[in-house]
Design a protein around this ligand. Structure first.
Ligand code: ADP
Ligand code: MG
Length: 299
């Protein structure tokens, strides 16, 4: 299932016109920015296994990125490129060494602890492995309602009602509210993680390889769910993925990361057909199914 099925049988110009109908005037690159990452850098200190000598890893090196409102930006690149580090900095789980993260007009690294607290609800992170992200001792309803309790929203009864609503929204019957994470399938657990992330009505979801542990059918079903939720809640997604086949199905724009830098950001239709950067060209050439992707998009 392709969540952007209209892209088949369509020229690139047709696509740009069609984007008007999806609320994105003249293509994703013209929508207003929700996030602007500028000159973001972060180093980690690691130790060599045998000698135990320290060395620095530059996970982010002057990275620049724009994520536009209501659109999906895919962040791609090989393992170790710095994608998760960028996602964690944006989701306020780590602080960069230097650089700016403009989110809805606020520069996150410059905010005080008190100013940051309300920002946490606006940016939610979803991981690859929902099992480790969900407390196994809690019921589905408790898991979804917990962020509301932390932010002191509503009464217990109201929070429970909201959790039941969110379960239905992500395609989990509310009758399963008493079940615990391990009683759900992998796909259902990722739905649970998505429901929890939506409880505080965030503006941005950072999905870090969120589909990677799922089988093909569940990947397609969760992609469809994400597309529906994006439309209903006007959500913006930063979707980190190493799977370019999948990226071609969901991305409005693609940013390519290499050794801590963003080497190219382009609308997906351009990037897959006319990659500018030599590293992007290599990455696409290494994909066995690139031809079928292009055929699928442009046939
Ligand atoms: P990606 O998600 O693209 O695979 P990461 O952001 O996880 O890349 O990692 C980028 C680099 O930073 C890698 O070399 C990794 O080993 C290093 N790194 C990431 N997190 C840490 C950490 N907490 N401590 C030390 N090094 C880290
Ligand atoms: Mg990663």
């Amino acid at each position: 299932m392709n969540t952007r099925p209209w892209r088949k049988n369509m020229s690139l110009d047709d696509e740009k016109i069609l984007n008007v109908g999806s609320g994105k005037q003249f293509g994703p690159e013209h929508a207003e920015a929700l996030v602007r990452i500028e000159h973001l850098s972060k180093k980690y200190v690691q130790r060599r296994p045998l000698t135990r000598t320290e060395f620095a890893v530059r996970a982010l090196e002057d990275a620049n990125l724009t994520i536009r409102r209501g659109t999906t930006l895919a962040l791609v690149g090989e393992s170790g490129a710095g994608k998760s580090t960028l996602g964690r900095c944006l989701a306020l789980l780590e602080a960069p060494d230097s650089g700016e993260i403009w989110f809805d007009g606020k520069n996150l690294p410059r905010l005080s602890r008190r100013e940051l607290f309300p920002m946490h609800r606006q940016i939610q992170l979803i991981f690859q492995d929902p099992t480790s992200a969900l407390n196994p001792g809690m019921t589905a309803e408790e898991i979804i309602a917990e962020p509301l309790a932390i932010h002191r929203e509503g009464t217990k009864a109201q929070r429970r009602e909201r959790a039941r609503e969110l379960m239905e929204q992500v395609g989990l019957p509310a009758s399963l509210e008493r079940k615990r994470p391990l009683e759900f399938s992998g796909g259902q657990r990722q739905r649970l993680a998505i429901a929890r992330s939506l409880a505080l009505e965030p503006k941005l979801l950072v999905l870090d390889e969120a589909l990677s542990s799922l089988d093909l059918l569940n990947q397609e079903l969760i992609l469809k769910l994400l597309a529906d939720l994006q439309r209903i809640h006007s959500l913006t997604y930063l979707h980190i993925s190493h799977d370019l086949r999948l990226v071609s199905q969901f991305a409005d724009e693609v940013a390519v990361m290499h050794e801590g830098r963003i080497v190219e950001q382009q609308p997906a239709s351009e990037l897959f057909t006319r990659p500018l950067n030599s590293y992007t060209q290599e990455l696409l050439a290494a994909m066995p199914s690139l031809e079928s992707i292009c055929a699928g998009r442009l046939a």
